[in-house]
Each structure stands twice: as structure tokens, then as C-alpha cells.
Design a protein around this ligand. Sequence first.
Ligand SMILES: *Cc1c(COP(=O)(O)O)cnc(C)c1O
Length: 504
Amino acid sequence: MKLKNKKTAFDSFFLHQGEEGLTAFEKGMEQVSNKLKEVYSDTEQPFIGKTPAEIEKEIAGIMNFAGEGRSLQKVLDEIEGPVIRNSLHISHKKSMAHLHCPPLLPGIIGECIIGTLNQSMDSWDQSTAATYVEEGMVEWLKETVGYPGPSDGVFTSGGTQSNYMGLLLARDSFCQNQWGHNVQKQGLPPEFHRLRILCSEDAHFTVKKSASQLGLGEQAVITVKTDEYHRMCMEDIQNVLKRLKADDMLPFAIAATCGTTDFGSIDPLPELASISEEKGLWFHVDAAFGGGLLLSHSHCDKLKGLEKADSMTIDFHKLFYQPVSCGAFMVKDRRHFGFLSHHADYLNPLKDEDDGIVNLVTKSTSTTRRFDSLKLYLSLKTVGIETFGEMIDRTMELARYTAGYLEGLDTIDLKNKHPEINTIVFRYKPETEIGIGLDELNRAIQQSLLHEGKGVIAKTTVDGETFLKLTLLNPRTSEEDIHELMDEIKKTATQLMNGGLARV
Ligand SMILES: *Cc1c(COP(=O)(O)O)cnc(C)c1O
């Protein structure tokens, strides 16, 4: 006998076992989709241009939860201005500030399925099919990277978590091999203050942050000088290693960068792999940005040596065009995940392992975890690997074009004439003395473009001076967009120089 579903007062808030929920779901999706369509059909600028104080005030105005629940349509109408229109419109062709990508539509739609299914990746009994999708995507990534059979990986919230995991495994593996010391059980060994990690001076700040969280302190990170292309200098790393040896220090890992945040530089991976092997160091590669070249047709050779890494970081919410957050951590020898695993009776008892049940919590520093691999799966399948590579190559081509174009402009000081990936670092530099500092002028240009909604570009510091940066992730951005942007920069600079900086 089929039991009739008893109606409750909450039926329109949940999806399963009741007509009301199904109807509300359909209606809600339609309302959301109409609202976003409406906004994006008449939003011409990447940013509305309001000040932080103005936006903060508008948001404060909608932070009221007292009283009865409102209809979804009403709430959507209420957030349209303050939240949706005041957001940074990252899919706009002139949004080119950070390593922050326009999300692919299959990724966005994937988010909807991910939220609906709400699987939790920690144990098989909370992600009965999702566990195998994630494992399948890890398998795909292994093949794409050229990683050997015993390698393994897990999805993470991004580069910060992946770098932390890499250095954690490096630390624990070293302590195990050096002293038979088990950090997981015993805490740091007495000699911990001698442990050292090497990275370039252009490495991501999360290397230092990880060292501090690993109990080694930022003092454990020794930065190696970079060459003129912002790559780790091979001569300096040899000197650093000699000095560390003379000082009786214990270097245990090299954290190479494959795609630095500002210049997209790629450290010499094959050479660093050899040095690591020779000196018995763990070789971690932070390919959060550069990993995107895995699918490139014309630039994937830049990743040579990546497959030699003991562990690596790859972000999908950068050059793989996924909605935040989506990343992976990969390790060459899966046994190293043993340093992370803990068996909780309620979640992943050892008995499960004996029975062949896969509980992914054993590979992660997180417990509850999103089913992010699904959006990458949907994107690769619907866009197709071939087209995916073409999108990345298009951004590389645009970066090369932009570098050439900027080099020809006489008021532009271009820092990277040959962009390694797709970032361009430059600044406006008038030919005559202007009475204000160039740092101040360039900061003002960036702010002014943002507040007039003409373009969202970044600022950074190179050798102590302020520069502007374009991160050209959007394959739809055209040469004309770049011309227009540079015209705006010139116009803004002229206005600022004539009118002073007061108006910004
Ligand atoms: C973005 C980035 C990170 C940090 O990753 P999140 O995904 O923001 O946590 C680390 N390293 C590099 C090189 C990056 O580009």
C-alpha cells in the first residue's frame, strides 16, 4: 500500500516528496533565470562604479529579517539593485583585474545541480555516486598531467588549501624519513626550527601562510631570487642550498610556481625536479594558474616537468573557467595521503576500508566538502576538450597582441614584452614631468576606471613601484576592447594630470 504524503507547513521549501516543492522549484528557477537575464541584458559596464560606502549602505538597508517570510520574487526584486547590480560583473569583456574568471555556463548550471543534490564528499554514504565522479575526474587529471599509476588527488577549495596540503605532506614525510618521527601523532619534532622550504620571491603568499600554519613559522620559508623573467634563478638556488647546509639547516621542500600571480612566470620545472631529486627534497608545484595550460594546444609544452612533481596545486576557478570554488591537489605517491587520514567511527571506520568502500575524507584536510568535480565534468563534456584548448589559446594570443600593441604606445611602460601566460603588467608614463608621482597617477587611473565603469583592471607593485595589470582570462575579449581600454587610460591620465588627483 502506498502511503500518502502527509502535508506539512514546510512543503514549498523542499524538493522531494510533494507537489508543492516541485512546483516551487520550477517557479523559483524560472524567476531567478528571468531576473539574471534581465540584469545581464541591460548591464553595459563591468562595474556600476559606486563607492564602497554607497554599496555598504544599500546592503545595510536590506539586512532585515523580522516578520513573515516574503515571496522569492519579492526578495529577488529587493536584492536586484543592492546585490546583483552592485556586483562586479565578471563575465564582462572588460573585467580583467585578477585571476578571477568568467564562469562557463555549464559550470553555473552545474552549481545548481550541485546545490540541489547537496552531496557531501567526505564519506561514500553521503556521496554515493559523486565519490566516483570525483575519483573519475582525478583519474582524468592524472592522465592529463602525465602522472604515474600510484598517483592520486582530491578536489579542494582552491590553491590555498592545495598548497597547504602539499607542504603538510612534505613536512610529515621528511620527519618520518629523517627521524622516524610521526608528526600526526607526536607533534613537531625537537629539530623543527631548522626545517626550511624554498620558493621564489615571486611565489604566492600562501607558501608562507602554510609554513606558519604548519607550526614552522614564516621564518622557515627561504625565498630564492628571480631572473629578469621572474622565474626562480637556478644559480641563486644553488647558493641558497649551500648556505643552508653551512648553517646546519634542513631544507625539505621546493615549492615551485607554475604561473606567478603577476607575470604568469613558470619556474624552470625540469631543473628544479632534478635538484629536488638530487638533494632528497619534496618537489611541490603551485600550478594554480599555469595548470590551465594543460588543455592549451599551442602552449602545453611550457608545463614540461610538471609531471615530476611530488605534489601539485591546480585551480579550476582560474583558467578552467569554473565558478568559485573549484581546485585540486594531486600527489605522485598516494601513500602520502596516509599522513592526513584519521578514522572516525561514525564516518570512515577502518572496517569500510576493508570492505572496499571509498571515503574521500581520508584524502582531505576538510570534512564536509562540495561536489565541485561535477561542474568541471559538465564543462569539459559540453564545451569539449578541443574548444576548451582553443579558448585558452585565444587568451594567450590576445595577451601577445596586447603586449605588442602596448609596446608601440609611447606613454606606456610595459614590464613584460613576452607574456608567459596571459597577464600584462604596465604603467602609464607621460613623456613630460607632471608634478605628481607615477605611483599616485597609476593608482588613480585604476580607481578612476573602476568608478566610471570603463574597465576593471588591477594594480600591483614591481620593484617597489605601482604598475597596472591586465589578466586576460576572457576568450571573448577582443583587440578592440584593448584599444578602447587603452584610449580610456590615456584620456583618464590626461584628465588627472590636468585636473589634479583631487576628484578621485
Ligand atoms: C590563486 C593562487 C593561489 C591561491 O589559490 P586560491 O584558489 O585563491 O585559494 C595560490 N597560488 C597561485 C599561484 C595562485 O594563482
